[in-house]
Structure formats: structure tokens, C-alpha cells
Design a protein around this ligand. Structure first.
Ligand SMILES: Cc1cc2nc3c(=O)[nH]c(=O)nc-3n(C[C@H](O)[C@H](O)[C@H](O)COP(=O)(O)OP(=O)(O)OC[C@H]3O[C@@H](n4cnc5c(N)ncnc54)[C@H](O)[C@@H]3O)c2cc1C
Length: 478
């Protein structure tokens, strides 16, 4: 009898519970289900699809070293997966299927249906939690519910880390060769061309991800708290892509962090250095948004966390949204950020907040359009973090920014891009403007430049948004 490990957003060999347990129990075959039409429906970024395929090709080679064949099932929709896996299980005489949990609604129902189909042929399934450092459902408030405030969640997370976090899984031991061969031919059809040089920005494979992690911990993390908000310094880890694909686990990030402090996880709260504490906090945010997704699945279905905010008169797909997408709003920091996204498939975190707030609070465009646009462009597209970030910025989400605290993009630019270097890199039309004057070119009289005037009066727009939210609050208290 043979085991099957069903891979999804866990494209790695090290610290992969499903792979480890499957191989520990007996001979194992791996399967990955492509679902192109489902990805179209979800609006998944081409750059992320390309990265998935690149990493699968690399993973096949690494699995072959353990004698684990990788089978690719060319499915169209998630709804095709249960039947296809069942048929494969029959064909290969599979006794047990191992998988790691996914948390979004469509993925969860696909898992449930697959498990049910397999049970009809007496194949048992085992699921493991690997996406969070502390699994969803384990950090609860006094009423046994998921925390809705990040600081309280983080405190409890920290207090429980040593008892709740699972240990890292080792690389599985090489198995005997099987008479089943990898079939990755269908993958080649999915090697779509993208304009972004993915291999240069995110070299393929687990080793590359670990090199980047170690380099970041050795060289950059100590200054993370001082530098992370300055896009031109590019001082963040850029690990989000590897984490979104599951080439790296957040547990491995945590382990690297504590090892560098010569600490054990039990003493995490005593970890030395503001930079490390600050970076750890970001990993906790990642866990937080996943816990929210599981506890409040409505956020996967286009619903705001705060129901009342569904009554806001958001604008739909209009000219303002189009120019925002193109990076032609006439507000240089917003345009530079959007051009970074469009040309590299990634955007700096500070700028994600700036552009999201500009779209929702100055242009009053529906946050769901911004969320979908990000998802269609980001190499690190991740439903939980993307939704969390958008709802935070739009003040519709859990522990969101208060509606009256609206970032002024000019002030953000002067603070976090003080010499204009970041804007200069992406908004070439303005590159000749020296210093911080680049942030408000419309103030420069008698200067010729081929750049739009700002599409909105920031002050008036912000006041209008505050009134909309205030009316909503009055409605709630009436
Ligand atoms: C509007 C908006 C949309 C976002 N969309 C995504 C998305 O689709 N995918 C995604 O991975 N992140 C998203 N983020 C979170 C954050 O911007 C990125 O994780 C971060 O910029 C990735 O760069 P890095 O790996 O260098 O991060 P670092 O600063 O090095 O942080 C380390 C890791 O912590 C996690 N992290 C950091 N900040 C956050 C955060 N605010 N929320 C959740 N996790 C965080 C990420 O996994 C990141 O890789 C979004 C944020 C906002 C405001």
C-alpha cells in the first residue's frame, strides 16, 4: 500500500508535516493539482502562477532525490479535484492521503469534498496545520473566541508560544524507489511568459529561500525597526513570496530568529534587539489574519469584517480607479508605488498602506476593487494578508485604522522618502526634480513636465470620507 501527499501552498521538503508523516508511514507519492480556471476565477496574478510552476519543477527534482515521484493533475476547477484525486488513489492503490490545511473558504470546501470522496473508497485522510506558527483556534480570548484586537492577540500568542507551537519537521528519510514515475509534462503548458524576471527577483527553490532568510537575519534584521518604513532603503526581508508559496514556513523564520539570539522558543519574549522584536511582530500579524479568516469566513466572501461599513457608498470601477491602477494619479508617491507593483510584482508594505488608503479614503473607491487588483498583480498574493491589509486601510476590518486617521500621501512621502529617491526611481518623468520637491511637482510654477496634475483635492476628499463614516456611525447609534 502506498501513501499520497497532496501538495498545495506548501511547496517544500523541510518542515512539511504532511510529507514527513506520509513518508514516515510508508512509501509515498506526491500530487499537485493545477486549477487554471479556478485561478482565473480568483484573479490570481500571472506572476504568482509562474512562480508556482517554477517551484514545482524544482520541487520535482528535490523529491526525486528522496525517490518520491510527483504527479501533476491538470484540473480546471477546485470542484474537479476530489474525483481526480480519488481516481489517482484507486490507480495507485493508495491507502492514506496526507495534506496540510488551507484556510480560505473555497480551499476548505475542496479539502472536505476530497476527504469525503476518499472515504467512499476506504482511503483515510490526515490533515496538518502548518501555515501559522500557532494554529488557528489555539489563541482565544476569555470567552473562547478569536481575538479581534491585534495587541491582545499578540500578547496571548507570545504567552502561549512555547506550549502551542509545534517543533520543526526534519527532511524525510529517502525511501525505496517506486515503480511510479513523475509526470510533470503538463506543467510545461503552464510556464506562462511574464514580463517580470521572476528568477532574478525570487530565485527558485528552498535553498534560495533559506539563503535569503539567513542573510536577512545576519545582516538586516537588527536595523529592521529603523529602516523598514523607508521604501528606497529596501530593508525588509522580501520573504513574502516564498512564504505565500510555502517554499518557506513561518516556523522556520521564527527558528532562525531565535537561533540567532541563541535562545529557545520558550524565551522568545526575551529575544534581544528591537529589530528582531519588530520583525517577529510582523510574523504574528500574518498569523493573526489567518486566525481571522478561519474564525470569520465572511471575509473570504467579499464581506467587510464590520458589517455596517457595507452601507458606505463606495464608488465602483471608474476613471479614478483606472488611473490609480496605472500609476497616473498625479500624486507621485502613489504613482511610484503602483508602478513598482506593476513592473516588479511586489510593493513595499508602507506603500501598500498609502495606496490602499488613497484609493479608499481619497477616491472613495470600493476596497474590494483594490484588493482584487493587488491579488492580480502581487507575486506574494495571499488572501488572508491581502484582505487584512485592505480592510485595515479602508477601516472596514478587524482592528482597522480609525476612519478619521487618513494618511496624507504628501506627508507620508516627505517622511518616508525624504529625498525623493524612491519616487525618482519609478516616476521617470519627474526624475530631474531635485530633493523632496519631487513629491508635489504641481507646486513648481513655470516648470514643464509631462506628468498629470493630482486627480483629487486631498483635503476635501478626506473631509468627505470622514463625513460618510460619521453618518454611518450616527446611523448605528440612532
Ligand atoms: C493593502 C495591503 C495588502 C497586502 N497584501 C499582502 C499579500 O497579498 N501578501 C502578503 O504576503 N502580504 C501582504 N501584505 C502585508 C505586507 O505588506 C507584506 O507581507 C510585506 O510587504 C512583504 O514584504 P517582506 O517579505 O519584505 O516583509 P517583512 O517586512 O520582511 O515581513 C516578514 C513577513 O511578515 C509578514 N508580514 C509583514 N507585514 C505583514 C502584514 N501587515 N500583514 C500580514 N503579514 C505581514 C509577511 O509574511 C512578510 O513576508 C499587505 C499589506 C497591505 C497593507
Amino acid at each position: 500500500m502506498t501513501n499520497l501527499v497532496w501538495l498545495r501552498s506548501d511547496l517544500r521538503i523541510y518542515d512539511n508535516p504532511a510529507l514527513f508523516h506520509a513518508m514516515e508511514q510508508g512509501p509515498t507519492v506526491a500530487v499537485y493539482c493545477l486549477a487554471n480556471k479556478q485561478w482565473d476565477r480568483h484573479g490570481l496574478a500571472p506572476v504568482k502562477r509562474r512562480l508556482i510552476v517554477d517551484h514545482l519543477i524544482e520541487l520535482e527534482e528535490q523529491l526525486a532525490k528522496l525517490n518520491v515521484p510527483l504527479v501533476i493533475l491538470d484540473c480546471e476547477f477546485f470542484s474537479d479535484i476530489p474525483e481526480r484525486i480519488k481516481a489517482l488513489a484507486i490507480e495507485l492503490n493508495i491507502s492514506n492521503v496526507y495534506y496540510n490545511h488551507e484556510y480560505a473558504v473555497n480551499e476548505t470546501s475542496c479539502t472536505k469534498n476530497t476527504v469525503k470522496h476518499l472515504s467512499h473508497i476506504n482511503v483515510e485522510s490526515q490533515g496538518y496545520h502548518e501555515q501559522c506558527i500557532v494554529s488557528p483556534g489555539l489563541i482565544l480570548n476569555g470567552s473562547g473566541e478569536c481575538y479581534k484586537v491585534f495587541s491582545a492577540f499578540a500578547r496571548n500568542w507570545m504567552a502561549n508560544i512555547s506550549s502551542q507551537a509545534r517543533p520543526l519537521y526534519n527532511k524525510p528519510v529517502k525511501q525505496q524507489e517506486l515503480d511510479i514515475h513523475s509526470d510533470i509534462q503538463s506543467l510545461k503548458n503552464y510556464l506562462i511568459d511574464v514580463e517580470i524576471d521572476t528568477k532574478k527577483q525570487w530565485p527558485t527553490g528552498e535553498d534560495e529561500a533559506h539563503d535569503r532568510l539567513n542573510e536577512f537575519i545576519e545582516q538586516d534584521v537588527s536595523q529592521y525597526h529603523n529602516q523598514r518604513d523607508f521604501p528606497h532603503l529596501d530593508a525588509t526581508s522580501h520573504l513574502s513570496v516564498y512564504l505565500a508559496l510555502g517554499v518557506l514556513s513561518t516556523r522556520q523564520c521564527l527558528q532562525a530568529l531565535v537561533s540567532s539570539s541563541q535562545q529557545n522558543i520558550e524565551f522568545l519574549s526575551e529575544i534581544s534587539g528591537e529589530g528582531k522584536t519588530c520583525w517577529l511582530n510582523e510574523l504574528v500579524w500574518r498569523d493573526f489574519y489567518r486566525h481571522i479568516l478561519v474564525a470569520f469566513p465572511k471575509v473570504c466572501k467579499g464581506k467587510p469584517f464590520k458589517d455596517i461599513t457595507d452601507n458606505l457608498p463606495w464608488k465602483g470601477n471608474n476613471k479614478d480607479f483606472e488611473v490609480w491602477c496605472q500609476g497616473k494619479t498625479g500624486v507621485p508617491i502613489v504613482d511610484a508605488a503602483m508602478r513598482q507593483l506593476n513592473t516588479t510584482g511586489w510593493m513595499h508594505n508602507r506603500l501598500r498602506m498609502v495606496v490602499a488608503m488613497f484609493l479608499t479614503k481619497h477616491l472613495q473607491v470600493d476596497w474590494r476593487l483594490g484588493e482584487a487588483y493587488f491579488y492580480s498583480k502581487l507575486a506574494d498574493a495571499d488572501l488572508a494578508s491581502n484582505n487584512g491589509g485592505w480592510q485595515w486601510s479602508a477601516s472596514t476590518g478587524v482592528d482597522a485604522v480609525p476612519y478619521f486617521r487618513i494618511f496624507n500621501p504628501y506627508r507620508q512621502a516627505e517622511r518616508f522618502d525624504p529625498k525623493g529617491d524612491f519616487v525618482r526611481k519609478y516616476v521617470k518623468e519627474l526624475a530631474y526634480i531635485q530633493g523632496k520637491a519631487i513629491h508635489q511637482p504641481s507646486k513648481m510654477i513655470a516648470t514643464q513636465y509631462d506628468y498629470p496634475t493630482p486627480i483629487v483635492d486631498l483635503k476635501m476628499a478626506a473631509e468627505h470620507t470622514k463625513t460618510l463614516f460619521k453618518n454611518l456611525n450616527d446611523l448605528q447609534t440612532a
